[in-house]
Design a protein around this ligand. Sequence first.
Ligand code: NI
Length: 170
Amino acid sequence: MTAHPIVLAPDPVLKAKATPVAQVDDGVRTLMQDMLDSMYASQGVGLAANQIGVLQRVLVMDVAPKNEPPQPMRMANPEIIATSEETAVNQEGCLSLPDHYADVERPARVTVRYLDENNEQKTIDAEGWLAVCVQHEIDHLDGVLFVDHLSALKRNMILRKMTKLKRNQV
Ligand code: NI
């Protein structure tokens, strides 16, 4: 069990585009497990590799309700191959922006193709909270944070507070 510290915004690694993995091998499986450990340790529901400083296209999620058994999901090279025209607005947060939440509008449903932990290609149709989460995490792999979907005014207000928080932590 290796829980890594979560990279806080603003940070260049959170603005960088992650690189696809060649295949899901033992190294990627270990990364996936470390990411799940890090996510659970921080009580998150999703984590992208950028958030522990690794620029590989890998994400993990667990959107199971709190009173139900864990349902860890591991994805490498996830790709959105279809989106609904219908959109939904949900309040989002992020382990890299602790204590900040805002409404973000996204497609209500998405179809995602990815490699699972056994290097097998899978496709899922996601809706509800899973759709929100998977789009948020894929954004991370492209260097996009949920605040990038907000107005510049709201974004800068949150990022200024984060800069102050990080300065005070040093
Ligand atoms: Ni996030």
